[in-house]
Design a protein around this ligand. Structure first.
Ligand code: NAP
Ligand code: F7E
Length: 347
C-alpha cells in the first residue's frame, strides 16, 4: 500500500517536530514547509530530515506560495500548525498576525477547494486547523466546545477567524476540515519566549550560577498546561476520526504562573522569593485571566487522554534544561546542535 502523505506547516516549531516524529512512526511520507531564515531554524527537526530520509522540506510561507506546493505534493492530510503564535507579540504586529495566523488558513482551505474541484486533489483530503484556547479569552472557565468565544488579543482574533473559516469550508464544500482547540502545551522543545520555558531555562541557569535573577510579568494568570507530545497524538486522532469535527484538547487542571515557577524553583532547591523579579513590560494590553479546558468530548469520542501531568511536565522540562545548560557551559559552540545530536541526527 502507498505511504500516506502529510503536509505540515509550522514543522520547525514545537508541535511540528513532535508531529513529524509521530507521523514518521506511523509510516507517513512527511512534507514540511519551512521559511527561509538568515540563521538555522530546523534544529528541532534535523534528526528526521537528514538527506537519506524519504521526507521532504520545501520553502514556503503562509503568506505566499502554499497553493502550488499542495497541488504538487497531493497530500492525504494537511496539518496547519504554522502561525505567528506569540500572544504578546501579536499586539506589536496585529496586521501581520491576521495575515499569517488568520488568512493563512483560508489560503490553504481555498487551495484544497480548488484542488478538489479541478480534479488535482482527492476529495477525501483532510485538513487540520491548529485552533487555540486563546479564542475563549475572557470566557469563564471551564471552557468546552460549547462555550462562547471572547478573544482579547490580535492572535486570539486571528485564530477565531481561521476556526470559523474551517467550519465554513466544512459545511459549504463538504470538506474534511477539523479544528483542534488546544489549551497551552509545553515540552523541552518549547520556544524560549513562552513563560514555562523561560522559567525552566532561567532557573537552571541560576542553579548553575550563570544568571542571577528571573524577571516575569503577571504571575496570577491561570493556565491549563499539558505536554506537546500528548497533544500531537490528539491532533492526529482528530484527522483519523470518521467525520470532521471540532475538539477541545486539555488536561482539565489549571495552575497560576506563580505556582509553575514555585514548583520549578522547589524542584531545583532554590528560593523563589530570592530570585524572581517583576517587570511591567512583560504584561499584555489585555490579559486572558483563566484558561481551563473541559476535554470530555475527545476523551469520550476518540478515547484520547493525556499521559503527562503538571508535576511530570515541570520535571521533564527542568531535567532537559539542566542537561542542556550544563552541555553548553562545557561546549558553547555546539549548543544549537544539542537536541539533534541526542536524537541521532547527522549534525
Ligand atoms: P511555535 O513553536 O511558535 O511554531 C510556530 C511555527 O509556525 C514555526 O514552525 C514557525 O516557523 C511557523 N511560522 C511562523 N510564521 C510563519 C509563516 N508566515 N509561514 C509559515 N510558517 C510560519 O508554535 P507551537 O507551539 O508549535 O504551536 C503550533 C500551532 O498550534 C500554532 O499555530 C499555535 O498558534 C497553535 N497553538 C499552540 C498552542 C501551544 O500552547 N503551544 C496552543 C494552542 C494552539 P519558524 O520556525 O520559521 O519561526
Ligand atoms: O503566557 C504570563 C502571560 O506566553 C502564559 C501560546 O502557545 O498558549 C500560549 O499563549 C501566561 C500569560 O502563553 C511572562 O501574561 C508572565 O498570562 O506562555 P505564554 P499564552 O499567552 O497563554 C495559547 C493557548 C496559544 O495558542 C499560544 O500560541 O504567562 N506571563 N510573565 C508571561 N508570559 C511570557 N511569555 N513571558 C513572561 O515573562
Amino acid at each position: 500500500m502507498a505511504k500516506k502523505k502529510a503536509i505540515i506547516t509550522g514543522i520547525t516549531g514545537q508541535d511540528g517536530s513532535y508531529l513529524s516524529e509521530w507521523l514518521l512512526s506511523k509510516g507517513y511520507e512527511v512534507h514540511g514547509i519551512i521559511r527561509r531564515a538568515s540563521s538555522l531554524n530546523t534544529a528541532r527537526i534535523d534528526p528526521y530530515f537528514d538527506p537519506e530520509s524519504k521526507n521532504f522540506l520545501h520553502y514556503g510561507d503562509l503568506a505566499d506560495g502554499i497553493d502550488n506546493l499542495i497541488f504538487e505534493i497531493k497530500p492525504d492530510e494537511i496539518y496547519n500548525l504554522g502561525a505567528m503564535s506569540h500572544v504578546k507579540v501579536s499586539f506589536d504586529v496585529p496586521v501581520y498576525t491576521g495575515d499569517v495566523t488568520g488568512l493563512g488558513a483560508t489560503r490553504i482551505l481555498d487551495a484544497i477547494r480548488r484542488g478538489i474541484e479541478n480534479g488535482i486533489l482527492d476529495p477525501g483530503v483532510k485538513y487540520y486547523q491548529a485552533s487555540s484556547s486563546e479564542m475563549f479569552g475572557t470566557t469563564e472557565p471551564p471552557q468546552s466546545e460549547n462555550s462562547p468565544f471572547n478573544p482579547v488579543s490580535p492572535y486570539g482574533c486571528a485564530k477565531l477567524y481561521a476556526y470559523h473559516m474551517t467550519r465554513a469550508y466544512r459545511k459549504g464544500y463538504k470538506m474534511f476540515a477539523s479544528n483542534g482547540i488546544l489549551f497551552n502545551h509545553e515540552s523541552p522543545r518549547r520556544g524560549f519566549n513562552f513563560v514555562t520555558k523561560k522559567i525552566t531555562k532561567t532557573a537552571c541557569r541560576i542553579k548553575l550560577g550563570v544568571q542571577d535573577s528571573l524577571t516575569l510579568g503577571n504571575l496570577s494568570a491561570l493556565r491549563d498546561w499539558g505536554f506537546s507530545g500528548d497533544y500531537v497524538r490528539a491532533i492526529w486522532m482528530i484527522l483519523q476520526h470518521n467525520e470532521p469535527d471540532d475538539f477541545v484538547v486539555s488536561t482539565g487542571e489549571y495552575h497560576t504562573v506563580k505556582e509553575f515557577a514555585e514548583k520549578v524553583f522547589e524542584y531545583l532547591d532554590l528560593d523563589f522569593g530570592k530570585y524572581v523579579r517583576y517587570d511591567k513590560s512583560y504584561e499584555r494590553p489585555n490579559e486572558v485571566p483563566a484558561l481551563l479546558g473541559d476535554s470530555s468530548k475527545i476523551k469520550k469520542v476518540l478515547k484520547w487522554k493525556p499521559t503527562v501531568d503538571f508535576n511530570m511536565l515541570v520535571k521533564m522540562m527542568v531535567d532537559a534544561d539542566l542537561e542542556y545548560e550544563k552541555f553548553i557551559l562545557n561546549s558553547p559552540s555546539q549548543a544549537i546542535f544539542f537536541d539533534a545530536k541526542k536524537k541521532g541526527g547527522k549534525k
